[in-house]
Design a protein around this ligand. Structure first.
Ligand SMILES: Nc1nc2c(ncn2[C@@H]2O[C@H](COP(=O)(O)OP(=O)(O)OP(=O)(O)O)[C@@H](O)[C@H]2O)c(=O)[nH]1
Ligand SMILES: [Mg+2]
Length: 679
């Protein structure tokens, strides 16, 4: 395990993660020609959707050899909609390397990535890329990172030259400069900065270990050996966040970065532990080749050419092809078939995957994204990752009727690829509602539906599941009498209808005495009521929170029937709604809006125009949290609005809260729209 490194390239979109992976794979002779994003021929961005857009949308994995180590590299999309890919990578990798664009500084997508992965147990580092770009500034980029988040990157590389003069780096640990692949002395103009930064690095390393700290105080410095050995430990512990400098597309300092990955980043043995869940309790277990099997599927997907593929990271024990395994999240057995080591879209056979390593499994029947793989009978299971809550909703429906049967299965398969997408049938509005974290994510799903399953889908803003109820009491009666030859129909009921407190639902009370309605018809009355409660009276939405007491009535020996009593109770309730001041209720959600302080005024104003109620404020790191209640009707399209109000920096989480009366002017419109459809 000491000879493995597992790294994930995360961070800003467009910062050059895929380009860097490509260059690394070329420099290590894993691939023989270099692809370019612009030409759509990189090893990592190989899906049709990625090539078309010129950006990553799904995780890709590659492995290469460098300095007698095997390095597994996971390239992730930086675009915030594909958050589940970054979360998956953060579980599979031992080090997260946040790639920043040196000419763009602390971009929104970098901030989102840092915040998204803040609970990850992995080590962290920064790669300041694109240093050849006009306006590139290594120090300024590091400064803005320190200003805006809680991470404190410490340079291990210093860039030599900048913009079109960027030509190499100083490796502070080695005390050498590297220009054009050659080791040279540190340029005179960088000596001072080198010495300053070496001190900062020494301090950071010393602070991560008590014995080192003591030595540092005594001797005033650390030896080269102490520094080198201390760095890996400090990075593994998370107390040191190293920063590197390079240009991916110009291949400047990429070899040096590859050396640094082997020399300074932790191996699985250094990380040592992984968090698991046993009977709902979280605890850490050792990462070990000799331990019991524990692997994790960090991404599964259907590839049009190779079928079902699952990328796995083995944490403990080893995976052998042809063995039976258990998928604990589903309590189902599965079987490990063929296994492959992966380089983007290419692969080579693997017969065994040991703890610390990664590979791809094909044709797993049960194991999907975010599932553990263990030995049958085992109690192990990886801790469930926390996923961002939905902030975007769309209904989905096949455009062509003949696809209606197929779309369910196809969606089921596609949803398994992205655990942050959910599909729910809203039984009240009869809509299939997709929820997720952004428009791009949902539109990618539609594209895959079309390209893989040839299904064209239509998406719309969902309907609000309103409810109807009464505000006042009503004492009403209705006589249903029909004589149309043969047996007639007769039933009469008296109801006292009263509103009930929110959330108490429907109550049926029978207080008929003296047999004015025979007992055998009472269930029909209740059944009739239940039917109309589902359909509603004023707007076609279900009725909630009322009690109906049937207290009197009359019947006819021959003409009374269950049907007659049902009809009578429908009409009586309708009369109650005419008399009892009916209102519409709408779902209210509790939201927490997380924004940088400077947007607080605008966001508060906007929340009010969306009928939101501000509950309070709080702080989260360097951000503000605005707590509010907002009607669901206003939330369906809130995310795009919040993003445009905060230059992409705002986000929110939400959960269901309660039902509240719809303001009259809106209720009138909802009711009119519902009745228009019925006409
Ligand atoms: N000048 C310069 N351009 C670069 C460098 N690295 C990447 N680029 C360019 O930046 C653009 C984005 O590069 P990608 O490799 O796709 O960036 P990414 O981080 O993978 O982006 P996402 O997958 O969308 O998150 C492409 O046009 C690259 O050619 C670099 O070091 N210097
Ligand atoms: Mg990319």
């Amino acid at each position: 395990m000491k000879d493995i490194r597992n790294i994930a390239l995360v961070g800003a979109s467009g910062a050059g993660k895929t380009s860097l992976a490509e260059q690394i794979l070329f420099n290590s002779k894993t691939i023989t020609r270099i692809g370019k994003i612009e030409e759509g021929n990189t090893v990592m961005d190989f899906s049709a959707e990625e090539i078309e857009k010129g950006m990553s949308m799904v995780i890709s994995v590659a492995n290469y050899n460098w300095k007698k180590c095997k390095i597994n590299i996971i390239d992730t999309p930086g675009y915030a909609d594909f958050a589940s890919e970054q979360i998956a990578a953060s579980i599979a990798a031992d080090t997260l390397l946040f790639v920043a664009n040196a000419s763009a500084g602390y971009e929104v997508s970098l901030e989102q990535s840092i915040e998204l992965l803040e609970n990850s147990n992995a080590a962290r580092g920064f790669i300041i890329n694109r240093l050849d770009n006009e306006g590139a500034d290594f120090n300024k980029t590091l400064e803005t990172i320190k200003e805006n988040c809680d991470l404190n990157p410490v340079p291990i590389f210093l860039p030599i030259g900048s913009e079109h003069r960027f030509e190499g780096v100083v490796d502070i640990v080695k005390g050498k400069a590297y220009i054009g692949g050659k080791e040279t002395d540190i340029p005179a103009n960088l000596v001072e900065s080198y010495e300053e930064n070496k001190l900062v690095l020494m301090e950071a390393v010393a602070e991560s270990d008590d014995t080192l700290l003591e030595k540092y105080f005594e001797a005033g410095e650390l030896t080269d050996h102490e520094l080198t050995a201390g760095i890996k430990k400090a990075i593994a512990k998370g107390s040191l966040v190293p920063a590197f400098a390079c240009s991916a597309t110009h291949n400047i300092a990429v070899n040096e970065l590859m050396n640094a990955i082997v020399d300074y980043l932790p191996s699985p043995a250094d990380i040592n532990e992984v968090e698991i869940e046993e009977n709902g309790v979280k605890k850490n277990i050792a990462i070990s080749e000799n331990g019991e099997l524990l692997a994790f599927v960090f991404k599964s997907f259907s590839d049009p050419n190779v079928g079902d593929l699952a990328y796995v990271r083995v944490f403990s024990g080893s995976l052998t092809s042809g063995t039976d395994v258990l998928i604990p999240e589903k309590n189902s057995k599965d079987r490990v078939g063929s296994m492959y080591f992966i380089v983007g879209k290419n692969r080579t056979d693997a017969s065994q995957i040991k703890a610390g390593d990664m590979a791809a499994l094909v044709k797993m029947k049960v194991a999907r994204s975010f599932n553990s793989i263990v030995k049958p009978g085992s109690k192990l299971m990886l801790s469930k990752p926390e996923l961002p809550s939905s902030v975007f909703w769309q209904t989905i429906k096949a455009i062509n009727q003949h696809d209606e049967d197929k779309i369910g299965t196809a969606l089921g398969k596609l949803l398994e690829e992205d655990p942050t997408l959910h599909l729910e049938m809203n039984t009240e509005t009869s809509e299939n509602v997709l929820s997720g974290i952004g428009e791009q994510q949902v539109s990618l799903l539609a594209k895959k539906l079309k390209s893989r399953y040839k299904i064209e889908a239509e998406m719309k803003t969902p309907k609000v599941p309103y409810k109807e109820t009464l505000r006042g009491n009503a004492d009403v009666n209705y006589k249903h009498r029909k004589q149309s030859g043969g047996r007639g129909q007769y039933a009469e009921v008296y109801f006292r209808v009263k509103p009930k407190p929110r959330g108490e639902g429907f109550e049926f009370i029978n207080s008929v005495v003296g047999g004015t309605i025979p007992t055998k018809f009472i269930p029909a009355i209740e059944k009739g009521l239940n039917e109309i409660l589902k359909k509603g009276i004023i707007s076609g939405n279900p009725i909630v929170d009322i009690s109906v007491e049937v207290y009197y009535g009359s019947f006819h020996d021959v003409d009374s029937s269950e049907m007659a009593f049902k009809i009578a109770s429908w009409n009586t309730l309708k009369k109650a709604f005419e008399a009892g001041n009916p209102i519409l209720l709408e779902p209210i959600r509790e939201v927490q809006i997380i924004i940088p302080e400077e947007y607080m005024g605008d966001v508060m104003g906007d929340v009010s125009t969306r009928r939101g109620k501000i509950l309070g404020m709080d702080k989260k790191g360097k951000k503000q949290i605005l707590k509010a209640q907002m009607p669901l009707a206003e939330l369906f399209n809130y995310f795009p609005a919040l993003k445009s109000l905060t230059q992409g920096r705002g986000k929110f989480v939400q959960k269901p809260s309660h039902l509240e009366k719809v303001p009259d002017e809106i209720a009138v419109k909802v009711i009119a729209a519902a009745n228009e459809k019925n006409d």
